[in-house]
Design a protein around this ligand. Structure first.
Ligand SMILES: Cc1cc2nc3c(=O)[nH]c(=O)nc-3n(C[C@H](O)[C@H](O)[C@H](O)COP(=O)(O)OP(=O)(O)OC[C@H]3O[C@@H](n4cnc5c(N)ncnc54)[C@H](O)[C@@H]3O)c2cc1C
Length: 364
């Protein structure tokens, strides 16, 4: 029997487990070993599925993201069906328009020059020519943006995996656990999906750090605010709205349908996962809420009463260089065990979710 241990139960760990447990005929035995760290990024994510303005950027996973958006709806529908959920797909996932609001035409045009895509490239990727369009004087409209309810998706994946008899073990994975797994006589795959904790853990386990994780690290702590009916002027035509401040650096993303909206953006760079300045984060969050409360013509804005009703969640995320996702085989000493790492989706763990299992399987 093949045995697979997935370390970490964030969106990447759960999605990989979902993919690998689809076909139980080959007798694979899957377990997920994880702590419930309150700072895990997956529990603080908005979760918008944004690809806007990344088409020919340095993002080597762009095509994967486009493919993920195409199969998202089916993926969610199948998960709902499997656990016989009554949940309407529209409350979980929606694909639609995204919009950026700028303070001036000058700023809008400046940004448009950066994100505008070449028609031939769009055709090559089977994307509409109006993928990114200027509208009026201060808007840019993006096609095929997406949104998924992160809480429902995480719960749904957990329910599906429990139904498929995937074993959940709530514990901190340590060197003792690695040694135990390596002793077992049969073949064992260990997949590390431990988010921002991955590097620390691999060092503790004395596993060489994979090449892609040696690139410049972006570790940030951020907050997502949630609420119901929180914006005035919020249009259901859009699944994603971004307000960009006059300085073009501060921006805030509003996503989701009216009954379940989220606001995210503020991030604070940190060097150590265990240390961050709460006051500094609080100040950043104040800036974010202020931007959301400013109203330009017909833009959504938060009122003082609505601000009071916001709930929030803070989490940590990590990225390495410009490659959004680190997915690599590890160099383990044991001959029975093969190790893999899947981490580092700084902004888009939820966008990778339906594709990450396929990507990993290519390494097997
Ligand atoms: C404020 C904020 C907003 C975001 N918004 C979005 C968004 O809108 N859309 C989007 O796609 N992404 C968003 N992200 C990014 C998203 O959260 C990440 O891409 C995603 O969480 C990465 O998932 P993961 O599974 O790699 O890691 P995590 O979610 O961090 O999960 C890692 C898991 O590993 C466990 N773990 C760690 N070490 C050990 C150990 N030694 N033993 C056992 N278990 C261990 C942790 O407890 C945790 O459960 C946001 C992130 C933040 C912080």
């Amino acid at each position: 029997m093949k045995k697979i241990s997935i370390i970490g139960s964030g969106i990447l760990g759960l999605s990989i487990a979902e993919y690998l447990s689809r076909d139980k005929k080959n007798g694979t035995d899957i377990q997920i070993i994880s702590t419930n760290n309150t700072l895990a990024g997956s529990y603080a994510a908005a979760a918008n599925l944004a690809t806007k303005g990344q088409l020919y950027g340095r993002d080597k996973h762009f095509q994967v993201k486009l493919d993920a958006k195409k199969c998202y709806q089916n993926w969610i529908e199948n998960l709902l069906k499997e656990v016989k959920s009554e949940q309407n797909i529209k409350t979980v996932f929606k694909i639609g328009l995204g919009v950026d609001f700028f303070t001036s035409e000058f700023n809008r045009d400046k940004h448009y020059r950066r994100v505008k895509q070449n028609d031939d490239e769009l055709r090559n990727k089977n994307l509409p020519i109006d993928f990114i369009l200027k509208e009026g004087k201060r808007k840019i409209i993006y096609q095929q943006e997406g949104w998924v309810n992160s809480f429902i998706l995480m719960q749904l994946l957990t329910d599906v995996l429990s139904k498929r008899k995937v074993n959940f073990i709530n514990k901190q994975f340590t060197k003792i656990d690695l040694d135990k797994l390596s002793e077992v006589g049969h073949k064992h795959n260990i997949i590390f999906c431990t988010g921002a904790w991955t590097e620390l853990l691999l060092r503790d386990l004395e596993i060489p750090i994979p090449e892609q994780m040696k690139k410049t690290k972006r570790m940030t702590v951020g907050t997502t605010f949630y609420g119901k009916n929180i914006f005035e002027n919020y249009s259901e035509d859009y699944v994603l709205m971004e307000k960009i401040a006059e300085n073009m650096k501060t921006k805030v993303t509003m996503s989701g349908p009216i009954e379940n909206q989220s606001i995210s953006s503020s991030t604070l760079k940190i060097n150590d996962i265990n240390i961050f300045n709460e006051t500094e984060l609080f100040e950043k969050n104040k800036e974010l809420i202020k931007l959301c409360s400013e109203s330009f013509a017909n833009e959504p804005y938060l009122t003082k009463t609505n601000i009071k009703n916001l709930e929030y969640k803070t989490g940590v995320r990590i990225g390495y260089g410009h490659s959004e996702l680190v997915i690599e085989k590890l160099n383990l000493k044991s001959e029975h065990t093969t190790g893999y790492v899947c981490a580092g989706a700084h902004k888009s763990g939820f966008l990778f979710a339906p594709m990450v299992g396929t990507l990993l399987e290519k390494l097997f």
